[in-house]
Every structure is written in C-alpha cells, then in structure tokens.
Design a binder for this molecule. Sequence first.
Ligand code: FAD
Ligand code: SF4
Length: 385
Amino acid sequence: MKYLQVRAKDPKIIEKGENGGAVTTILKSLLDSKKVDGVLNISKGNNLYDGIPTYTTDSSKLIDTAGSLHCAPTMISDIIARYLKEEIIAVTTKPCDAMAIDEIIKRVGIDRDNVYMIGLNCGGTVRPAVAEEMIRLFYELDPEDIVSEEINKGKFIVELKDGSEKSIKMDDLEDEGYGRRENCQRCELKIPRKADIACGNWGSSKGYTFVEINTPRGEEIVQYAIDNEYIEVKKPSEKQLVIRSKIEQVMKKMAKRTQKKYLETEFTKEEKEDILNRCIKCFRCRDVCPVCNCVTCSMEKEEFKEHPSQKPDPLLMHGIRLGHMAFSCINCGQCDDACPMEIPVSRLFQNVQLKYTKDTGYVSGVSENKPPMYSGEKEKIIEGE
Ligand code: FAD
Ligand code: SF4
C-alpha cells in the first residue's frame, strides 16, 4: 500500500476540504485516537491571502482549518522547536516545512518521534501582496471577490463567487515578475517524502487526494483511519501514477532551469559587497529563518561588534550567518520576503548550499542520517537544552 486515493467520509469535511478533505480527516483521527496531543496547521485569516499558524487540541475545530492556502508561505517548524517540543503533535508540512523540520531534527532541536508529518505536495507559493496585485493587474478583478485560487496545469486559476473561473499561464505571470516566489521557482522538492505521508492532487480523481505513504508510521496512520471509518480509499490506476510522476519530473526540470538562470551567474566579489552593504542590520532575515533557533546568536556576541552598542558590520554579520546556516538552508525564501532592503538573501545562501551539495552530496532537508556541516552551539539550539 504505497499509493492511495483518499477522501473523507464526512460530507461536511468533503465540502470544506481542498480535494476531498483527506488531510483534515486524518488529522481528526489522530486527535480522536489520542495518538497526538494537538495539531499544528494553517487556517485562513482575514482573507485567502492570509495564512495563520493554528494549534488545536479539539478535533471538532479542525474543519475550520480545511482547504489549501496557496498564497500563504507561512512556515511552522520553528514554532515546534520553540513551543511544542514536549508535545506529540501532527503537523501539515509543505516540502519546505518538512525540510526545515528535518534540518532542526539533525541539529537536535526536535525529536522526530514526537512529530507526525502530514505532507502536502507543493508546486510553489505566491507572496500574499503579489497575489493581490496580480489579480488586480492581470485578471482585472478585486482580490476580495475571489473565493478560491489554485495552481494547476501550469496556470494560476482564480474562482469567483458566481462559480466562474479565470486563469493565466504561470510562465506569463512569472516573465512579468509576478507568480510564484522566486525561491519556489528554484525549488526542486515538490513531494515531501520525509513526511509520513505526502498528499496532493496531481494525478488524482476529482474529489480525492492522492496519498503517497512514506514511512511505517504513515501506513499505520492511514490504516487506522480506514479501519475506523474516517476515510474511504481507492487504488490509483497505472495511468494516474504515470501522470503524477510526469508532473513531478516536469516541475523539477523547471526548477533546475530557474536555478541556472539565477544562480549560475556568479556575483562578483564587488557585487556581493554592494548588495550586502545595503543591509541595515535589522536581523529580520535571521528572525524569520525556520531552521535558525540558537539560544545565543553569535551575532549578538560582543567580540563581533566594533562598539558594544553597535551591531556587527554587514559583511561580518552575513559571513557569520552563511557559515552557520548556509549548509542547512532549505531555500524557503522567508528571508527574502522579510528583508526591507530587497537583498536576495536566499539566492546567496542557496548558491553556497548547492556548491556544498556538489562537493559532499549533502542535500539540506533531504539527506538521510547525516548532519550538515555547520558551526555554532549545536547542543544549545533552543532554550533549556
Ligand atoms: P484538506 O482536508 O483541505 O486539508 C488541507 C490542510 O492543509 C489543512 O490542514 C490546512 O491547515 C493545511 N494548509 C493549508 N494551507 C497551508 C499552507 N500554506 N501551508 C501548510 N499547511 C497548509 N498538491 C499537488 O498535488 N500539487 C501542487 O502543486 C500542490 N501545491 C500546493 C501548494 C500549497 C501552498 C498547499 C498548501 C498545498 C498544495 N498542494 C498541492 C496540496 C493540495 O492543495 C491539498 O492540500 C492536498 O491535496 C490535500 O487535500 P485535502 O482535501 O486532503 O486537504
Ligand atoms: Fe540585512 Fe535584510 Fe537581513 Fe535586515 S533582513 S538584516 S536588511 S539582509
């Protein structure tokens, strides 16, 4: 039982779920059975473009979190490392969430046994502000009139209140500097196989989620939900398996092409200095990094400051960050989104990470049982360790 098509048995969850509500129902079965203390996932905030991390211990509330928010690049791994380390939880993970959790596990910040990872395939996210702007500009629609959005067959598709749809090719949007975030365009991992199960719609029948089972615990989770009448399942056909695999390969090829475009043109030393000297040392890139969770940040240490009241020089500061984090960089792009000076932080980091991969074979968030090369206080990643 490696691949299954799954949907909820509860019609209310089917209606609210993205593709049949398999994920919501499996989360519910985990909470009801007390296999987990709580569920960490994302719920809709003010509108479709606003994803809020949500922790719930009440399974009747999970229906409020059903549905996929493709314009919510929100990440949740650091919430686990900081606040939920002692709990046994289930968490929904896009590939970047799964990779970040994996890197924190290797840095001894999360215990894998405490985390049930319910993976979501992901072709990429769109920045919330960019999504709203492109809907106004290219679709000539009010973003508030959109009831759902999805990326399917290479198009960004929006659905209006009256049920009508409008779609534009992602390539056309991306050529104009819109569409998916640049780091998502470069990301090769579309199916999170480090998660216990990976769920998505590629290749699936309408109204079902295609589930790939990756671990013995994943198998146990799904079997429990079948035996206890939470979900119904059917086997995918050979053709559906081929379709899913082909889409994955095409997406990977596209990512490689984008990596070439953005990463193979090396910055000169002077260009790097120019870019980094724009830095105002606000530390937002550090604070949003989902993998970086040290108790005492090296950058706060007195010896790196020219004067006790000052922050370190930008080149030194980014040198420290690159030395400490580049090998674990999972290219999630949170730093790019947060930087007020529009410094392409993740591009610099991924450049180093890919060179390291070439030299050592280590792929951040993917390689098995092999810690990354890094410096810093690996035993003291989070308070109390
Ligand atoms: P539901 O029962 O509706 O549950 C969805 C769960 O996802 C909920 O628990 C919700 O809290 C959580 N969630 C919603 N938004 C996010 C988010 N941004 N980050 C983390 N968790 C979230 N599948 C593909 O096959 N190809 C794709 O290209 C693809 N892209 C995706 C991009 C994004 C950003 C997301 C969130 C999902 C994507 N998926 C993709 C997965 C797909 O949209 C469905 O989530 C999946 O099929 C499960 O459907 P469901 O009805 O079982 O989920
Ligand atoms: Fe510098 Fe940008 Fe990081 Fe702020 S977010 S410290 S400006 S690189």
